[in-house]
Design a protein around this ligand. Sequence first.
Ligand code: SAH
Length: 228
Amino acid sequence: MNTPLNNKLRLQGVGMTSQRTRERLVQRLVDQGISNIEVLDVLRHLPRHLFLDEALSHRAYEDTALPIGFGQTLSQPYIVARMTEILIAATSKRDKVLEIGTGSGYQTSVLAPFVGELYSVERIRPLQEKARQIIRQLKIHNVRFHHADGGFGWASQGPFDAILSAAAPARIPEDLKQQLAPNGVLIIPVGEQEQVLTMVVRKGDSDEFSEKILEPVKFVPLVQGVTR
Ligand code: SAH
C-alpha cells in the first residue's frame, strides 16, 4: 500500500533493502576492482530498490541486471560503477554530460552528482516518466529529460564534455561523435552478439577522434525510433 509511512520506509530501505545489504554490494564491487571512493559512496547510499517494481525490491542489491519492463533492464551495479569511474577518470571538465538510455534512471542518479548538468535521452516514454518521478523524489535536480532516439544525441543542447550510452549500437553513431566538445569523451558499448565497451575521445578541437576498446560487456541494443 502506498501510505506515507510505507513510502518513508521504502525510501529508507528496510529488511533486504537495508544499509547492511548495500554494504555487501559495495564490498563486492571493490573485490571486482571498482576503486573510485566517491563512486562507491554514491552506490552505498543510493536506494536501488526504488528503481524496481516492489516484487523485485528484495533483489535490488544483487550485482545483476534486473527487468524494468518493456524488455529493458536496470543495469548491473558493477557496470554502472565502472562506466561512471571511467568517465570521471577520462574527463577534467564535466559541465554538460549526455546519457543515452535513461531506463530506470539508476545510472542517471549515480552519474548526476559528478556532473554539472546531465541530459538524459530515452526512447520509451513510460520508462522516462517513471525515472523522472524517482529522480525528483530523490531530490536530484540537475537532470534534464528528452523523449527521443538517442542515436542522434541531443543536438540542440550540445556539445557535451562527455556522452555515456547504456544501449549498444552495431556501430558508433556519427552524431554522437560530432556532439563531443573539444577533448570530449564518449563511452559506449558497441556490437551485436559480441559487444565491447569503447571509449572515443575528440582530439582537442579537431575533427579527429581516438578509439580505445576497454572490456567485453552485455547491454540491450540501441534501437531506432521512439515509442509513445
Ligand atoms: N542504465 C539504465 C538501463 C538502461 S537499459 C538503468 O540503469 O536503468 C537501456 C535503455 O536504453 C533502455 O531503457 C532503452 O529503452 C534505451 N534505449 C535503447 N535505444 C535507445 C535509443 N535509440 N534512444 C534512447 N534510448 C534508447
